[in-house]
Ligand binder design. Sequence first.
Ligand code: SF4
Ligand code: SF4
Length: 265
Amino acid sequence: MKRSRRSFLKIAGISALGIGSKPILNAFSASAPQGDTPQPAVMRKPEALTAKHWAMVIDTTKFKSRDDFKPIIEACHSIHNVPELKNKNHEIKWIWEEGYKHAFPTLENPYFEEKVKDLPFLVLCNHCENPPCVRACPTKATFKRESDGIVLMDFHRCIGCRFCMAACPYGARSFNFRDPRPFIKEEKINLKFPRRTKGVVEKCNFCAERLAVGQLPACVEAANGAIIFGDLADPDSDVRKLVSTNYTIRRKLSLGTSPSVYYIV
Ligand code: SF4
Ligand code: SF4
């Protein structure tokens, strides 16, 4: 039986007072989902890829045109059942394109070549080390997995208050203003990943469900080497070496969120 919004809000109130239940360690808890498909296990299997701090490096120098973004966005959105909504106000985005000025409004480097400022950038949830969205969520529907730093969501705990959206300075979260399920093409439905319902917030999960079974994120696999993913805490990892040896930028660093997504420019 579905719980009423009122009972959810009671939970929210209790949680806000700090008397609530402990954070869920499974991104999609085992209890009744809000979607209509089986919950994928993001509990790690023996073959899982693990890290102390998952991070991503997007090498913008490897993209020739915006057309290179399309298969990457498609890979992410199709495996995660992201609906295609024509109305921009209702759009759901896990990874998308932004212009430099919007992606990096606070970054001022007078030595950047002008062409960098004309580049489009792929943006997604930054899986911030200090995520304001987590602090804002009254029900702990969004939480940081301390073992590897991924900021996850438990869709069925989301009460749609959108405090997390207001708190995220990157616009990385989308709200389902309408039931998204009719807007996923039947032939594209991934039955292993939950579809969401009206009134739920969603965002990139760093492909936690793929890492759990030993696979890299879908965007990484589709990017032909332009997106690199790995353990920033490991000095021998590719991401660590790239961040150490290249000039990289991160979004809105001055806010103190400490994004885990780096851009080589
Ligand atoms: S980018 Fe936004 S949604 Fe993602 S962890 Fe940071 S504050 Fe949260
Ligand atoms: S890490 Fe996974 S969920 Fe996040 S943008 Fe890439 S494909 Fe999408």
